[in-house]
Structure formats: structure tokens, C-alpha cells
Design a protein around this ligand. Sequence first.
Ligand code: HEM
Length: 160
Amino acid sequence: MAAGNETVTKLLATAFYWLAEFPGERQALIDEPGLAAGAVEEFLRFDPPSHYQARTLTRPVSLHGIEMPKGARVAIINGASGRDPRQFEEPDRLDVRREIDLHLGFGFGRHVCLGASLARLESRIALVEFLARFPAYEVTGVERMHSSNVRGLSGLTLQY
Ligand code: HEM
């Protein structure tokens, strides 16, 4: 329940917040609802609800000149990878038309999100249906949530 509920609701509130900050992207989605599936990937890259994962190394690993021994506890900041300029052009620009080969918003490898398909479906439908009903919404209040493992908003007040 927690994995499937909190993450999708966080992603959606974050998406509506950023679409207010980037009105051109909001208009693109209103004009072309077919962009919504790609937009969901862009939100997962730009401001994902699950920012870091923890692992215990089963073998020594060397990355970027840093040696990490077997047994080391490692925090993988997958959220930061979405803003890596080596991977994404102009990473701080929200672009609902961006073509994304891979982002780490759902994790990667053996423990990749089990609910990714459902999350993509729910988020796409919510984006399209919300924007069809309330295209000109305004954000009137934002409250950020403080949590050890999920990033997002505890409150987003909209006016229409
Ligand atoms: C936007 C929504 C979602 C995001 C951002 C998200 C993110 C993630 C991430 C990053 C992981 C990897 C954790 C790790 O590597 O340790 C994960 C795993 C998982 N997610 Fe999601 N998730 C979302 C929605 C869902 C939904 C809708 C479900 C179920 C209905 C779900 C169920 C799970 C489960 C069961 C795992 C554990 C998989 C495993 O360890 O093998 N998630 N999720």
C-alpha cells in the first residue's frame, strides 16, 4: 500500500506544481494529451518521489576513483541522476517532449519497481483528465513534506 499509494500521489502533486511553474509545458500537454505518457517519464526524471535507495555491497566496487569494500552500506542517490548533464541535455529544464532512454525514478535492476506499469498508467490518466477539466488552475499554496524516504508535497492548494 505504501509503495503504491504515496509515490503516485507525490508524483502527481509534484507534476501539477511544476506544470504551473512551466506554463508552456502545461499548454503542450493540454494541446496534445498524447504527450502525457512521456511527460510522466519526464516528471520521474525531473523530481522523482523516490530519491535514494540503500544497498549493502556483496563485493568490492570501485566507482569514480572511490573504493568501496564488500559489506559497505551505500546510499544511491538515484534522484540526482535525473539532473546529470552527462545524461540529459539541459537537465534543469522540464520538457514534456523529452525522449528518455533510461531514468532511475523506478530504480534499476533486480529490485526495479514492481508497480511501474500501474504507476505509469494511473499517472498518465490523472494528468490527462485533470488538465482536461482544470486547464487554467493556479497554485495558491505549497507545503513540502519532510520524510526520510519519499520526496514531495504534503499540501498543494489549487484554485480554478
Ligand atoms: C510513481 C510511482 C512509483 C515510484 C516513483 C516508485 C519507485 C520505486 C523505486 C525507486 C523502487 C526501487 C527500490 C529499491 O531499489 O530499493 C520501487 C520498488 C517497488 N515498488 Fe515502486 N514506485 C512507484 C509505484 C509503485 C506502485 C504503484 C506499486 C504497487 C502497486 C509499487 C510497488 C513496488 C514494490 C513492491 C517494490 C519492491 C520491488 C523489489 O524490491 O523487488 N510501486 N519503487
